[in-house]
Design a protein around this ligand. Structure first.
Ligand code: TLP
Length: 351
């Protein structure tokens, strides 16, 4: 049976991906149990497989990437503790302030560099002395690939340096690896080399890997034991979740290799858009599956208006702010879709 085709072309995100037919079949046939009792064999298999792929002792199936990061931070930190993270990191920008609202955790933001990194000296300078006036620094978070930095990739050497700084000062490194497999494919390395330095990592099954729902938090057995209680506390304990985990297993086993094609299409897309008067591309070709593009100063319409005109042609693009778009390639975007959106931008901006 072929994959059920999406009836529109959707570049807004890789979160929009539908499950493949193989996933739907595996979901229908999945063995299940009550996972809060630890009795869902399919969830257990997904958690073990994830931990093994990432080189960690244990994994925990979590409903979303946002909850995965939240559970990780709540496991590492107590109320009043401080987390160092990027000023345009997903956890700071897009997670509804959950770490503060639910955990009383204090975010210490540092400027994200265009390559997605935090400057090592900035991290060192941000570490608090043991002094009654200060919160305790407990955690640093890196994001790989980096969403708002255009899908930028952090390499293993940089990640290890950050881990070294954290460990020397007695705190931990969490990796928001929502798209860590995109990073590994872009760098041509085993994903373990990128996750090994981190104490914990969240990765998403439901983005370019096409599973309908879910992320996995991985770390030491002791860390995951504690995280399991925190997941329950925030309402993330699931029951017959094997239905969802079954798709996640296929995501890990079969969908990673096709990410390279997404990255190539993102390059072609950036190239095509860069030739259009009125559009300004970010510097350099995209490294993974995201293309950010701005409207030039002389374009009268704003990004929402341009996106609306493009949507009339059955194509959806992401609007980041009144002058900026994001286009993300994924399994459901083929070469034809890339050419179509380039033509749609051309036509709309000429009109
Ligand atoms: N990102 C979404 C939006 O929330 C912006 C997207 O469309 O890209 N970490 C990173 C780096 C992410 O990009 C996302 C999702 C998450 C965590 C959260 O994952 P979910 O959506 O499963 O909560």
């Amino acid at each position: 049976m072929p994959d059920k085709k999406m009836p529109w072309i959707d570049f807004r995100s890789d979160t929009v991906t539908w499950p493949t037919v193989k996933m739907r079949q595996a979901m229908a046939a999945a063995d299940v149990g009550d996972d809060v009792y630890g009795e869902d064999s399919t969830v257990i298999r997904l958690e073990e497989l994830s931990a093994e792929r990432l080189g960690k002792e244990a994994g925990l199936f979590i409903p979303s990437g946002t909850m995965g990061n939240l559970v990780a931070v709540l496991t590492h930190c107590g109320r009043g503790d401080e987390v160092i993270l990027g000023d345009i990191s997903h956890t700071f920008v897009y997670e509804a302030g959950g770490i503060s609202a639910l955990g009383g955790i204090f975010p210490h933001t540092l400027p994200n560099q265009p390559d997605g990194s935090l400057r090592l000296d900035d991290i060192k300078d941000a570490i608090r002395m043991d002094n009654v006036h200060f919160p305790k620094t407990r955690l640093v978070i890196l994001e790989n690939t980096h969403n708002r930095c255009g899908g930028a990739v952090l390499d293993a050497a940089y990640t290890s340096k950050v881990a070294e700084i954290a460990h020397q000062a007695g705190f931990s490194l969490h990796l928001d690896g929502a798209r860590i497999f995109n990073a590994a494919v872009a760098l041509g390395v085993d994903v373990k080399t990128l996750t090994q330095p981190a104490d914990s990592i969240t990765f998403c099954l439901s983005k370019a890997l096409c599973a309908p729902v879910g992320s996995v938090l991985c770390g030491s057995a002791e860390f995951i034991h504690q995280a399991r209680r925190i997941r329950k506390q925030v309402g993330g304990g699931m029951r017959q979740a094997g239905i969802l985990a079954a798709a996640g297993i296929i995501a890990i086993q079969e969908m990673v290799d096709q990410l390279a094609a997404d990255h190539l299409r993102a390059r072609r897309l950036a190239e095509g858009l860069s030739d259009i008067p009125g559009l300004l591309l970010d510097d350099g070709p995209p490294l993974t599956n995201m293309v950010y593009v701005n409207l030039g100063g002389d374009v009268k319409r704003n990004a929402a208006e341009v996106a609306e005109a493009i949507q009339k042609q059955g194509i959806r693009v992401g609007v980041i702010n009144p002058r900026r778009f994001r286009l993300v390639t994924h399994y459901w975007i083929d070469d034809e879709a890339v050419e179509k959106v380039i033509k749609a931008f051309q036509a709309v901006l000429k009109a």
